[in-house]
Design a protein around this ligand. Structure first.
Ligand code: ZN
Ligand code: ZN
Length: 423
């Protein structure tokens, strides 16, 4: 019998953790990430005993996919399979996570080190054998180094998409879909209920709005996720915007890593050029100058304004209607970023924001059409399992998949639920 067990990401976005289990084999676990509750405390996925895990595959370095992974190293030695870049980025992200949230975490740095020592790097297309599960990583187009996972076990083939994007960006080429046969597809459904606007339109509006503010001497804060989104925006600015651009926070360290992995970057020369042309902010005095200057653009983490230099700039820029805050990242419910967009007040601490606030859809997740197109690209699909989506989006996506494909069983499991793929 072949089963999928959902340890996290069942009818929720994030906390991704999917276990595949064949007969008497141990679990092949794919991702082991975290979520955050309304008090910003991390929520772990459901427990799985490390001795029940044959191996862990990490699709990409976002915390909602890797944040709980070191836990598996606490009691045992679970081998980890991932790309070289994801390994490097996961180390950075988890170290930062321990620094910020360590108090709430049931693991510590030694467990991270243990995990990294047991991590094996695979390039796209190379085959890893994990106790009889054959595993291949395929470009997922989501962030640099991100993968879909292709698993073959006893003639049964399963694709787990992780987070996936089906359009080309400057940073990464779209998800590869080499026409593989897949009996089951475990697919993310974050935006399974909507279409994104065309990226070209979004970019035009973004550049136009930036010019509008900076030409009149206003400063623009662009809070962005330090991994991926920030570098995509900086590449876009390098190509289409002339002006003073700065970057601050974790963005800096991630930039350093990305420029040493050209094989994962779509427009590598542009990324390199943007890093040479734009200025990192390293000292507090410099930060003050950027905030007090005129016509400056600063890309800073954290993307949801939960802290970091982005919060510093927000406090400095908020009171002047000539300034602007351009949001380019997903804003989870309950975060200051979401409150700013919905109510104009990110938090009591900051108070009402007079600066212009605008949202731009630079999502790195496929929308409905992209997800359906991806599914269409696999041959012989009999089961679709939807994860990493809200209840609402998941239900819409489920009915669209049913409408589009006959003879496919579609599942929207909850955490701790099991789906039987083959009796
Ligand atoms: Zn995710
Ligand atoms: Zn992600």
């Amino acid at each position: 019998m072949l089963k999928v067990r959902i340890f996290g990401g069942g009818r929720e976005v994030g906390r991704a953790a999917v276990g595949l289990r064949h007969d008497d084999k141990r679990f092949l676990l794919m991702d082991y990430g975290v979520n955050f509750d309304e008090n910003d405390e991390p929520r772990l996925p459901e427990h799985v005993r490390p001795t029940d895990v044959a191996g862990l595959v990490l699709t990409h370095a976002h915390l909602d996919h890797v944040g709980a992974a070191p836990l598996l190293g606490v009691a045992g030695r679970v081998p980890v399979v991932t790309t070289g870049l994801t390994k490097r980025l996961s180390e950075l992200m988890i170290r930062d996570f321990i620094k910020i949230s360590g108090y709430y975490l049931p693991y510590e740095e030694a467990d991270l080190i243990n995990m990294l020592e047991n991590t094996y790097e695979y390039s796209y297309g190379a085959e890893a054998d994990v106790e009889g599960y054959s595993v291949k990583l395929i470009n997922a187009g989501h962030i640099p180094g991100s993968s879909m996972v292709y698993v073959e076990v006893n003639d049964y083939k399963v694709i787990y998409t992780g987070d996936v994007n089906t359009i080309d960006t400057r940073l990464i080429p779209r998800a590869s879909n080499p026409g593989l046969t897949a009996d089951a597809v475990i697919i993310e459904g974050t935006y399974g209920w909507i279409e994104h606007p065309s990226r070209e339109l979004v970019e035009n509006e973004f550049i136009y709005s930036l010019r509008e503010v900076t030409d009149r001497g206003g400063n623009v804060l662009i809070p962005a996720f330090s991994l991926g989104r920030a570098q995509e925006i900086l590449s876009l600015l390098c190509e289409r915007f002339k002006g003073d651009v700065y970057y601050d926070g974790m963005v800096r360290q991630i930039y350093e890593v990305l420029v040493s992995y050209p094989e994962y970057i779509n427009k590598y020369e542009l990324l390199l050029k943007s890093k040479e042309e734009f200025k990192p902010v390293v000292r507090p005095s410099q930060r003050r100058r950027v905030a007090e200057g005129g016509g400056n653009v600063v890309v800073a983490s954290a993307g949801m304004l939960k802290g970091g230099p982005a919060l510093y700039y927000l406090k400095r820029l908020a009171g002047n209607p000539g300034n602007a805050v351009f949001m380019v990242s997903y804003q989870a419910p309950g975060t200051p970023g979401r409150s700013l967009l919905e109510e104009g007040i990110p938090s009591e601490e900051v108070g009402p924001v007079k600066a212009r606030v605008q949202w731009f859809d630079f999502s790195s997740h496929a929308g409905l059409d992209g997800l359906l197109e991806l599914l269409r690209g696999f041959k012989g699909v009999s089961h679709v399992v939807i994860v990493h989506t809200s209840e609402k989006a998941g239900n819409v996506f489920m009915s669209k998949v049913k409408e589009t494909f006959n003879d496919v069983e579609v599942h929207l499991p909850r955490n701790n639920e099991e789906v039987v793929l083959r009796e």
